[in-house]
Design a protein around this ligand. Structure first.
Ligand SMILES: Cc1cc2nc3c(=O)[nH]c(=O)nc-3n(C[C@H](O)[C@H](O)[C@H](O)COP(=O)(O)OP(=O)(O)OC[C@H]3O[C@@H](n4cnc5c(N)ncnc54)[C@H](O)[C@@H]3O)c2cc1C
Length: 509
């Protein structure tokens, strides 16, 4: 197909034409450009492919797979209200994808296949192969931008180069949005199928309760985590609306305190596409009286976070090496990371002896989610205090996060490890004690996730080893600090100093 249908373009739906909507990380009916386009083209059959080998190779967390399966059931209900069937198939290997789709196109008399674009390297290659196979066999293939408000490739410097630093990227992003209001508009709902009999295609097609290799009951209390993470359109929109109604205006004030429920917690929905990014931005604009970059500072800060998400997607689009285990800053390739399996295991378990680090890691291990401030503290601790390779932490996060998202996770890890897009001219090392005192002053968050420290006062809670006598500390049954922060900080600075860089790294908190 030469071009995508423009938003809002009037096309007479042709009942004689059939479209296949291939769902991937866009599990929603609302604000879904490919689904809308498919429905304008003809009668739609929807397909989702369960691909365990591909998921394993990308470290997709069992808790995320469980969330996907539960959302698929809800998605099927929403699609069925539009007379659109959703067929779920499973393959053994990603290389089977083109033929599976081709065979279904033939079997179901499909004329055109519609997808929303995924930007990661493996996903792009997979989709290119599907496109080639389909086009060689005479089918149309239509790819639409969806995941970002401003499509990757559009936010460029005056010289036509991509931005590698967030603040100027954001400025340019806002400028584009102010000039092109249509980018912000939520995509209209798909047209319903006229032919109600198409639903027959999903008969006897069960959406599985679980997928082998991704069993959540091994690690979690399944009822507890499913209760935490309700699936579906209603749950997603409720979360977004509650946030914009009650919390967004105070977001700037509350966002860094992991003990407060001050952020939206919509990331699990965004990661699987159960919420559209334009829906989120519009919700913020409503709360901020239509303003993008002025007005209430809470709303403006939240819009900025949506822009961070967008920035990291643009980064991987322009610098695909970040998808291939490479650092964004090439000179940091030569860092001598420490080999410390024991330290890594303690970090994973939340047994570092630094309460603020352990609280975050235990929250992750118990719920599949972690507050942004805790992610930064935990990532900084692994890469700076333990000097362990950021790729190990990145993988552990992906394997455990319900909102695991390659671009944001890679971006967050590389930022924390100082191998990424951090614009600071100095070498950033968080002091876990200061972070703890500042962001969890009363120790409420720590007490929730590290219950052995429950009885400590708000001075002791941040550094029990230094604030208690030896016998009192022993009674807590809490681990000794894995490293001395001051020593570790110097060690990290040295490791970065010896690299061939233009600038000598300086340290700051
Ligand atoms: C080491 C590290 C790893 C991370 N891994 C992931 C990940 O796998 N998946 C993921 O969605 N986010 C990741 N983040 C970003 C951020 O921590 C989460 O998006 C955020 O905590 C989700 O909570 P929320 O929905 O309440 O966010 P809110 O504060 O309400 O923000 C709204 C949305 O904006 C986006 N957003 C917010 N902060 C960031 C950020 N720093 N970078 C990119 N997008 C952001 C998210 O989509 C988020 O849902 C990571 C950050 C770090 C430092």
């Amino acid at each position: 197909m030469k071009r995508s249908l423009e938003k809002g373009e009037m096309v007479l739906k042709k009942v004689s034409q059939r479209a296949l909507m291939w769902f991937k990380s866009d599990l929603r009916v609302t604000d879904n450009p490919a689904l809308r386009n498919a429905s304008l083209y003809g009668e739609v059959i929807a397909l989702y492919i369960i691909s365990p080998q591909e998921w394993k190779s990308h470290d997709v967390a069992p808790i995320k797979v469980d969330f996907i399966l539960r959302n698929l059931k809800k998605l099927r209900e929403s699609l069925n209200e539009l007379n659109i069937p959703l067929v779920v198939k499973q393959i053994n290997h990603v290389k089977e994808t083109p033929n599976l789709i081709l065979n279904h196109c033939k079997e179901w008399n499909i004329n055109a296949v519609f997808i929303n674009k995924e930007y990661e390297v493996d996903e792009s290659k997979r989709d290119l192969k599907v496109q080639k196979t389909l086009e060689e066999n005479g089918f149309l293939f239509d790819i639409t931008h969806d995941q970002c408000v401003v499509p990757p490739g559009r936010v460029l410097t005056k010289d036509g180069k991509p931005y590698s630093v967030f603040t100027p990227f954001k400025k340019a992003w806002i400028k584009i949005l102010l000039a092109e209001n249509s980018l912000i508009q939520v995509i209209p709902l798909p047209e319903p199928n006229i032919d109600q009999s198409l639903i027959i295609h999903q008969e006897k097609n069960e959406i599985p309760e679980k997928v082998e290799g991704f069993d959540i009951s091994k690690k979690y209390d399944a009822d507890y985590v499913r209760g935490l993470w309700a699936a579906g359109k209603e749950a997603a929109h409720k979360k977004l609306e509650q946030f914009s109604k009650f919390k967004i205006l105070d977001y700037k004030k509350n966002r860094d305190a992991p003990a407060l429920d001050g952020t939206s917690v919509i990331s699990p929905f965004l990661a699987i596409g159960a919420l559209g990014i334009r829906e989120c931005l519009n919700e913020a604009l409503i709360a901020n009286k239509g303003l993008l970059d002025s007005g209430n500072e809470g709303a403006v800060t939240w819009i900025s976070e949506l822009c961070w998400r967008e920035f990291y997607r643009h980064v991987l689009f322009h610098y695909p090496r970040v998808c291939m285990y490479q650092p964004f800053k090439l000179e940091t390739k030569n860092i001598k990371w420490r080999d410390d399996p024991e330290g890594f295991e303690k970090w994973c378990k939340g047994e570092t002896g630094y309460p603020i680090v352990d609280a975050g890691m235990r929250q992750l291990n118990k719920t599949g989610w972690m507050h942004n401030r805790s992610r930064m503290i935990a990532a900084m601790f692994l890469t700076k205090d333990l000097l362990i390779d950021w790729r190990k932490g990145e993988k552990y996060f992906m394997e455990n996060l319900i909102d695991g998202d390659f671009a944001s996770n890679n971006g967050g890890w590389q930022w924390s490890a100082s191998t990424g897009t951090d614009s600071q001219p100095y070498f950033r090392v968080f002091n876990p004690l200061l972070q703890s005192q500042k962001n969890d002053p009363d120790g409420v968050f720590i007490k929730k996730w590290v219950p052995e420290l429950k009885g400590l006062n708000k001075k002791q809670i941040h550094c029990p080893k230094d604030c208690l006598g030896a016998s009192e500390f022993k009674k807590l049954n809490y681990p000794l600090p894995l490293v001395d922060h001051d020593m570790a900080r110097k060690r990290a600075i040295d490791a970065f100093k010896n690299l061939k860089t233009d600038e000598e790294p300086k340290s700051a908190y």
